[in-house]
Design a binder for this molecule. Structure first.
Ligand code: ATP
Length: 457
């Protein structure tokens, strides 16, 4: 199976880039995302996920796990802890180097990351918004500190992990010894990371608490290029397979000034939205840097002995590192469309063209009228059967057109309507979200039809 499923039913025409405010408003209104601690005024760069948001997040995570771990025989998964031994962050270089340089505008008080300032403003020491004078750059470490222990004075300072992938290096040797993996093989993880970002913003794009997904793929140095190219192509195809506007996806090669000293090359997979071309995921050539550093700092030899040739070496690593939250945001930006009035829909509608695999609700079951007992009983019965297989909503409030539009706005790919014909011939109307086409299907065929359409295969 290829990852890029045939989605010819979706419109491929380019639609205008969606303002982030529209997504923020939809997310709050329909229960995808809420500002954290809102009743206390909120915390910048931290969000909570509501009933639909949690479904979408779970589907995103599950789809990544399914295609990275479940489908690849040479990849396994772990789930590491958020807090680790503090030496981990010395070995990784985060305590020393995980910093952002920051300037403030003396006039409008806005704050900017030096590496995000246009070159011209940096040269002239001028605020890009109001033209005011900028302060000298100051350096901030992004690691969030915490303490373990109860007795004051004996508590150990450590950190909430600044990137999730460190657990994979820490568990590498245990995975090797406890599973039947041999090089080349990979370890995947999805988990929270924390950064004291100096300029959080653009909704979920840059947060202080967020969730990353990583593959660390361990190889013999002579095979590094081959596997780097393999995962680079794989990950690009993965993103192509979940969006509508594939022309908004590209690779950006890191320039020599961006590359880590051990990296021969690195690429960002970027997506173009209203905030410009931005990183969605990074594909990194990490060589033997991580395992060498942890060997050195821990005193434990993390080299690998080839079972056949007996050659001993520190494995090199290909990393693919992205995030659940940026995927969540980019998917909504990519899927959102305000369709004008047309012959098919007299009022116009807002629709989320989410991939059916990822949509938070897969099907809505709607009795044509709620005051006709037989219609309601049949619809309830269908709903009860479907909800065991997939997230299914029952809705009998308002006229059928409004109910369809409510489902379109949250991206539900199918609506099943129970009408008077149902009572005669045991068939229902199945209405598809994107084309608004309708077919008639026997109730007995419904489960198989929907499973085929909305579950990944
Ligand atoms: P940026 O240059 O945007 O700060 P980065 O290069 O530091 O990102 P990585 O450390 O490579 O990012 O993290 C890997 C992935 O984690 C990113 O591609 C992104 O999807 C996600 N990510 C990183 N920082 C954040 C954040 N503050 N909020 C949400 N997602 C993030």
């Amino acid at each position: 199976m290829t990852q890029t499923e045939d989605r010819t039913s979706l419109s491929t025409e380019d639609t205008p880039l969606v303002p982030i405010e529209k997504i923020v408003s939809l997310c709050k209104r329909r229960g995808f995302v809420y500002p954290n601690s809102e009743i206390y005024g909120g915390v910048s760069g931290i969000y909570d996920f509501g009933p639909l948001g949690v479904e979408l997040r779970n589907n995103i995570r599950r789809y990544w796990w399914w295609s990275m771990v479940q489908l690849n025989d040479n990849v396994v998964g772990i789930e590491g802890s958020i807090i680790t031994h503090p030496r981990v962050w010395e070995a990784s270089g985060h305590v020393e180097n995980f910093v952002d340089r920051l300037v403030d505008c003396k006039n409008c008080k806005r704050r900017f990351r030096v590496d995000h300032l246009p070159a011209e403003n940096l040269k002239q020491n001028k605020c890009p918004v109001c033209g005011g004078e900028l302060t000298e750059p100051r350096t901030f470490n992004l690691m969030m500190e915490t303490y373990i222990g109860v007795v004051e004075g004996e508590r150990m300072k450590t950190y909430l992990r600044g990137e999730a992938c460190q657990n994979i290096y820490l568990d590498y040797d245990n995975v090797l010894k406890s599973s039947r993996m041999q090089i080349p093989f990979g370890i995947c993880q999805i988990g929270k990371a924390f950064r004291n970002e100096v300029t959080p913003g653009n909704f979920l794009f840059r947060q202080r608490e967020f969730e990353q997904w990583d593959l660390q793929f361990f190889v013999h140095p002579s095979e590094m290029q081959k596997w780097f190219d393999y995962w680079k192509a794989f990950r690009f195809e993965w993103y192509q397979g979940i969006i509508n506007h594939t022309d908004r996806l590209r690779f950006r090669a890191h320039g020599p000034d961006e590359l880590a000293h051990y990296a021969k090359q690195a690429f960002d997979i970027e997506y173009r939205s209203i905030i410009g071309w931005q990183e969605w995921e990074g594909i990194h050539w990490r060589q033997d840097w991580d395992l060498s550093r942890h060997s050195q700092f821990s005193g434990q030899d993390l080299s690998y002995t080839d079972p056949e040739t007996k050659e001993r070496y520190i494995p090199w690593i290909v990393e693919t590192s992205g995030g659940v939250d940026r995927t969540f945001l980019n998917l909504l930006l990519d899927a959102y469309e305000e369709e004008p009035q047309s012959g098919k829909d007299k009022e116009g509608r807002t629709v989320l063209h989410l991939h059916p695999w990822l949509a938070p609700v897969k099907v809505a079951v709607l009795p044509l009228q709620k005051n006709k007992e037989e219609l309601v009983t049949t619809a309830r019965d269908i709903h009860n059967r479907l909800k065991r297989l997939m997230v299914a909503q029952y809705d009998d409030v308002a006229n059928i057109g409004r109910r369809y539009r409510r489902q379109d706005e949250i991206g539900t790919p199918f609506c099943v309507t129970v009408d008077f014909q149902t009572l005669e011939d045991q068939t229902v109307t199945v209405r598809e979200r994107d084309g608004m086409t309708q077919i008639r299907l026997a109730i007995d065929e419904l489960q198989g039809y929907l499973v085929e359409k909305v579950m990944w295969r």
